[in-house]
Design a protein around this ligand. Structure first.
Ligand code: PLP
Length: 456
């Protein structure tokens, strides 16, 4: 048997990886040719790779390590829970203390009357739950035809067949028979790319009103819910114009459809409040949560549900659940993570201290010749790469090429930033310090310079 360990030479690890490991959202052949970077440990905002290089992680893994890496308290919480009760389920009239405690704490933190939690192990699973919750709810209310869910092009809600259908990623829809029936997509509020001659405010209203048009076309008695991320993440950190969400809220109220806020990225402090719904001032009936709930230390997600929907669902047997819904170890770790976020004032710091500092520095990237706009809310931001700022032009070259080059330069400069086509995005751990923010901006600027030089 091969003993794989951190002590193996990088090339050997890469060879084994390429022989046996299939990577998500990756072209395998390309990866094999180049060899992935092997990450061996992490502390705070810093990763270490198998060559001993230290890399500043401005993406918090996949937008999830909100409290930073290496917090021993979470490892201790997991070890304690594994010794006491490593597993039990919450099916068939049983429960356990970690699930009770975590559900209670989430209900305390969540806005409005979002007082009930259905657990899953990921954001994708939670959004699959949401499809079934919405349809079961309307069915139980005697309106089974209200099974259409409206979502947005370029939204991201996960990678399972259900959640991938809610998402509006055309590349995903092209594979594996998505979307499933009765999911309808409207356009996104992406002013920089799609706003044309309109002001951001006009454009925000126009895009929100597409929801009303869609409801009228499909039929108000057919539409059950609208789902959206308060701020689109994987679509490129698209912060909607200020007019967008108030108009969506008006339409949702007018037609009495359920509003699902997908808080998988925005939740747990990312936008400077506990939830993005608070930052955008909206009143969802259901919130999807995952990622920052455990800071990624354990796989856990869930649907946070308002009183009325939970009451209706309680009246039927909801034939749905996962073996690991409310897994005790994941719950215990998430609880400890929420304690740290709260007691160390991390969410407040994003709102009033390091968040504003990052905003000022990040927005200065807009002065770079390659950058059009730089926008950020809390600790999620993006910059648009453009050949001409004034006209908001996009690169004519194959979509994503300049973004890819810039991302590669960042990687070479030991900075993890991600690109979505020609948009560069950040979502660092919420504990990033002022010094680390300076390093982030310096490395980003240097990488932009290098990418710019390549284009000449
Ligand atoms: N929803 C949003 C907004 C996300 O960003 C993601 C993942 O990036 C998901 C859902 C899916 O979560 P998971 O990857 O945990 O299934």
């Amino acid at each position: 048997m091969v003993q794989v360990s951190n002590h193996m030479p990088t090339a050997e690890l890469q060879a084994l990886d390429s022989a046996h490991h299939m990577h998500p959202f990756t072209q395998g052949a390309g990866l094999r040719a180049k060899g992935p970077r092997v990450i061996t440990r992490a502390e705070g905002c810093w990763l270490t790779d198998s060559e001993g290089e230290r890399i500043l992680d401005a993406m918090a893994g996949l937008w999830c390590v909100n409290i930073g890496y290496g917090r021993k308290e979470l490892a201790d919480a997991a070890a304690r829970q594994m010794q006491e009760l490593p597993y039990y389920n919450t099916f068939f009239q049983t429960t356990h203390v970690p699930a009770i405690a975590l559900a209670q704490r989430i209900a305390e933190l969540a806005p409005g009357d979002l007082n009930h939690v259905f657990f899953a192990s990921s954001g994708s699973e939670a959004n699959d739950t949401n499809i079934r919750l919405v349809r079961t709810y309307w069915d139980a209310k005697g309106q089974p035809d209200r099974n259409v869910i409206i979502a947005r092009w370029n939204g991201y809600h996960g990678s399972s067949v259900g959640s991938g259908s809610l998402g509006g990623m055309k590349g995903m829809h092209a594979q594996g028979g998505m979307p499933i029936p009765d999911i309808h997509h409207i356009n996104q509020p992406h002013w920089w790319n799609e706003g044309g001659e309109m002001s951001p405010e006009e454009f925000g209203l126009a895009r929100a009103r597409e929801l009303e048009t869609a409801i009228e076309q499909i039929g108000p008695d057919r539409v059950g819910a609208f789902i959206a991320e308060p701020v689109q993440g994987a679509g490129g950190v698209i912060i909607p114009p200020s007019t967008y969400w108030p108009e969506i809220q008006r339409i949702v109220d007018k037609y009495g459809i359920l509003l699902i806020a997908d808080e998988v990225i925005c939740g747990f402090g990312r936008t400077g409040n506990w939830f993005g719904s608070q930052t955008m001032n909206i009143r969802p009936h259901i919130m999807t949560i995952a990622k920052g709930l455990s800071s990624g230390y354990q796989p856990i997600g869930g649907s946070v549900v308002c009183d009325e929907v939970a009451e209706v669902i309680a009246g039927v047997e909801f034939n749905h659940g996962y073996t690991y819904s409310g897994h005790p170890v994941a719950c215990a770790v998430a609880l400890e993570n929420l304690r740290i976020l709260d007691e160390e004032g991390i969410v407040t710091r994003v709102a009033t201290d390091t968040g504003p500092y990052l905003k000022e520095k990040f927005e200065s990237l807009a002065d770079h010749p390659l950058v059009g706009e730089a926008r950020i809310v809390g600790m999620m931001g993006s910059i648009a790469l453009t050949p001409d700022k004034a006209s908001r032009a996009q690169f004519a070259a194959e979509a994503g090429t300049v973004g890819y080059i810039t991302r590669e330069r960042c990687f070479a400069n030991n900075l993890i930033m991600r690109h979505v086509y020609d948009r560069m995005i950040i979502s660092p751990p919420l504990v990033i310090s002022r010094d680390e923010i300076d390093t982030l901006i310096e490395r980003a600027w240097k990488s932009l310079d290098e990418a710019h030089a390549r284009l000449k």
